[in-house]
Design a protein around this ligand. Structure first.
Ligand SMILES: *[C@@H]1O[C@H](CO)[C@@H](O)[C@H](O)[C@H]1NC(C)=O
Ligand SMILES: *[C@@H]1O[C@H](CO)[C@@H](O)[C@H](O)[C@H]1NC(C)=O
Length: 337
């Protein structure tokens, strides 16, 4: 039932007998730093802070013509050890009543990955035959400049927040930050489009080479190639910040994205494909899946490492700035809007 609701939430209603993969796994934290090789390649620092998971070849340039993740990375924080991709999102901050900021940590998804050192859960979903990404492929979803539900829902689908009453809470998603304290933290879900133009590994806005399918799950003729649905689920540990006495006097919610968004509508995610060889294609072709409540990938074709091994892959930050403790401004001094 839970799987069904997750899949429906993902817009991927699975009909019996249809090829379908539901590969789900943990990617522990690799590094938290102000780099963004897709949107601000070469910039150190980039404008806002990110939490990054995946292979340790992540760096500030990642020029697709020279940067080959599977041959450059020596470890990955994801449990499929052939996945040297990088996945990242902005980070959350708590703004206390006195106006100072504190970074919010991620924590291991309580559905199977409590031993993960933070990071996020990654899914690759398919409904029918899909074509895996090509080396050098990258994309983003969401727009950090958005501050309204109208903007967000006109352009994107399936970017939302869940106020966790318990780790099991599903449903009740919102497009903006939850307005009340969430006893078990805040889950952020980011799902990418599932149709590709079949030609471009990237595009100037990092988005227009992919598109959403129509309501019958058919890709448009401009983007005819069905690709796996990449889906991030991040558990943010807002639990230390649930004391209403520290929330704003006017009763508004206190969380801000690292780019200064106090609404949540600027929710976005970044992806750089980096699986070894045809490992992802094999996993999709073989309809691989995962058990929902334990760290178990049902996919004999994939090499898998333990959460403990995944936790050992870490990258030292290459940006010199403090991101911990109470601060008078966000890293990058992004204004709150
Ligand atoms: C990033 O990695 C690539 C490929 O390994 C390397 O050529 C480049 O020098 C690195 N960039 C930085 C700034 O470390
Ligand atoms: C601001 O508020 C936080 C949370 O109550 C507190 O821990 C911190 O010490 C305060 N900082 C200042 C400068 O008052």
């Amino acid at each position: 039932m839970l799987w069904r609701s997750l899949l429906l939430a993902a817009g991927a209603a699975i009909a019996p007998g249809v090829d379908a993969a539901t590969l789900r796994f943990s990617c522990s934290q690799l590094v938290v730093e102000r780099l963004d090789p897709i949107v601000n390649p070469g910039a150190n620092p980039s404008p806002h802070l990110h939490q990054i998971v995946g292979g340790n070849a992540f760096n500030q340039t990642m020029d697709p013509s020279v940067h080959d993740l599977p041959s450059t990375a020596t470890c990955t924080t994801c449990t499929p050890s052939e996945d040297l991709s990088n996945y990242w999102t902005a980070t959350l901050f708590f703004r206390a009543r006195n106006g100072t900021f504190h970074r919010v940590n991620t924590f291991g998804n309580e559905l199977g990955y409590t031993q993960a050192n933070g990071g996020q859960t990654v899914y690759y979903l398919s409904n029918g035959k899909v074509t895996a990404f090509k080396p050098g492929f990258r994309m983003t979803v969401g727009d950090p400049t958005f501050r309204s539900a109208q903007e967000l829902s006109a352009k994107y689908k399936f970017l939302d927040f869940t106020c966790l009453q318990t780790p099991m809470t599903r449903g009740g998603q919102t497009l903006d930050f939850p307005k009340q304290p969430c006893p078990a933290g805040i889950m952020v879900s980011i799902r990418f489009p599932t149709c590709w133009d079949g030609r471009n590994l990237d595009s100037p806005d990092h988005q227009s080479h992919v598109a959403y399918p129509n309501n019958q799950n058919q890709c448009p003729s401009s983007h005819p190639v069905a690709i796996p649905q990449v889906f991030y689920e991040t558990y943010w540990d807002t639990r230390p910040f649930n004391n209403l006495a520290e929330w704003p006097v006017d009763g508004s919610q206190p969380f801000v994205w690292s780019f200064g968004d106090k609404t949540g509508y600027g929710i976005h995610g970044d992806y750089v494909f980096g699986w070894k060889g045809d490992a992802l294609q094999r996993a999709m072709d073989q309809n691989c899946n995962s058990d929902l409540f334990v760290n178990q990938i049902n996919c004999p074709t994939l090499e898998v490492q333990s959460l403990q091994q995944a936790n050992q892959c870490v990258k030292k930050t290459s940006v010199s700035e403090n991101i911990d403790g109470w601060m008078t401004a966000l890293p990058g001094a992004n204004p709150i809007t």
